[in-house]
Design a protein around this ligand. Structure first.
Ligand SMILES: Cc1cc2nc3c(=O)[nH]c(=O)nc-3n(C[C@H](O)[C@H](O)[C@H](O)COP(=O)(O)O)c2cc1C
Length: 387
């Protein structure tokens, strides 16, 4: 159930996005919204998903839509999880624990980024059984082994290994705004912060957030420059099949590979022991020529078959968008930027409201389409032929 008072001001994710963009400092907005290069992929994610047509069936039996889905052995109340999002605490002060708690309360999934500003040990108990840890495998095998051991000790049932960051990227908005990792606040940023008081007050009590998942590995005493050099060295390089096999062997729980776009990578990931994949172009932030999930999902589902676990992301902004992704072949989706928008627009109430809105929209869409179960949505994808 959505809250009617919140619904009046924020009926959908778009309303939360509009409010969020007014409340974030410019360099934060650029980091969140930005894509790679001219940002075609980021725009196409939204446009191509929205162009997917679904054919309703009205002469069917009445039914209450069932939005539950089983993902790698866990039941989610609706087919979505929060995507891993780096730098959460810089985007909206204190948002990471709030988002994790909201997903646990709603019984949906949550994936904490390696680049989160809250430690995996802090988030695991808040996110509950739907909580996963996203791993960017570091170049140093010792550090990789330690992160895997920590994720296990923290109680995560699964890790999501992101494979689509083989090298440094050139995001022009971040280059212009001067955002670097770890963040350091320059004079231009201070000017942007000064006109965003809600963000500034939220940050004032907390201080500039750190990457709590790996700040312990930074070289001692070298300051921000040494930390930046260390990160540049650690977080690069392709995840070769050997590396993925090594991680698979070291991790006893479920493992999903994120950042798959080709049938060949999908096949390889599963043959190396992955329990599933996320079809994703990283929100259009890595390769501007990359295809979108709607373009490649049907082919990947056809190849892997109905038994394989396939998640997808990029441009999901409504429950109807979730229905579209499921119709194209996904079991469930990841939702990225909208959770940051919700936290920025509404503070602690935002993530819970967004979840309620997305779920209500999905149920509405399923009723309109005449689908009682999520799997029924597969039959609704309309390719343009008659009927
Ligand atoms: C601000 C931001 C930070 C992100 N950080 C990560 C990350 O740390 N790890 C990761 O695997 N993906 C990361 N992503 C990609 C998301 O997990 C997801 O694939 C993408 O945002 C989905 O698109 P959407 O934002 O349109 O929903 C990030 C995306 C954004 C917008």
């Amino acid at each position: 159930m959505t809250d009617p008072r919140l619904d009046r001001r924020f009926p959908d994710a778009a309303a939360m996005e509009a409010a969020a963009l007014r409340r974030m400092p410019g360099f934060v907005r650029d980091y969140v919204e930005g894509g790679i290069g001219p940002e075609d992929a980021a725009a196409r994610n939204i446009a191509e998903l929205r162009a997917v047509r679904l054919m309703p069936r009205y002469l069917v039996a009445d039914s209450v839509p069932d939005t539950k889905v089983t993902v790698a052995g866990a039941v989610w109340s609706a087919p979505f999880a929060v995507a891993p999002l780096g730098l959460g605490g810089l985007i909206w002060p204190g948002c990471e624990p709030v988002i994790a708690r909201a997903t646990a309360a709603a019984g949906i999934g949550h994936v904490l980024s390696t680049y989160a500003t809250t430690a995996m040990e802090t988030i695991a108990p808040l996110a509950g059984p739907g909580g996963w840890f996203q791993l960017y495998p570091p170049a140093d095998p010792g550090m990789e082994a330690d992160m895997i051991a920590r994720a296990r000790a923290a109680g995560y049932p699964g890790i999501m290994v992101t494979v689509d960051i083989p090298g440094a990227t050139r995001r022009r908005r971040d280059m212009r705004s001067g955002l670097v990792v770890p963040p350091r606040i320059g004079p231009r940023m201070l000017a942007e912060i000064a006109v965003r008081p809600a963000w500034a007050f939220g940050m004032a009590g907390r201080g500039i957030p750190d990457f709590e998942n790996f700040s312990r590995y930074y070289p001692r005493g070298g300051g921000l420059d040494a930390a930046a050099e260390f990160l540049g060295r650690m977080m690069t390089g392709h995840i070769t099949p050997d590396r993925l096999a090594r991680i698979r062997a070291a991790w006893p729980g479920k493992l999903i590979v994120k950042g798959v776009l080709s049938v060949a990578d999908a096949d390889l990931a599963l043959s190396l022991g992955a329990d599933g994949i996320v079809v994703s172009n990283h929100g259009g932030r890595q390769l501007d020529a990359a295809p979108t999930a709607p373009q490649v999902l049907p082919g990947i589902r056809a190849r892997l078959g109905e038994g394989a676990l396939i998640l997808a992301d990029g441009g999901v902004r409504s429950g109807l968008d979730m229905a579209r992704m499921v119709a194209l072949g996904a079991d469930a989706v990841l939702v990225g930027r909208p959770f940051l928008h919700a936290a920025a627009a509404l503070g602690a109430r935002g993530p819970g409201h967004l979840i309620a809105v997305l779920r209500a929209e999905l149920e509405t869409a399923m009723v309109q389409l005449g689908c009682a179960r999520l799997t029924d949505l597969r039959g609704c994808f309309w390719r343009g032929e008659d009927g």
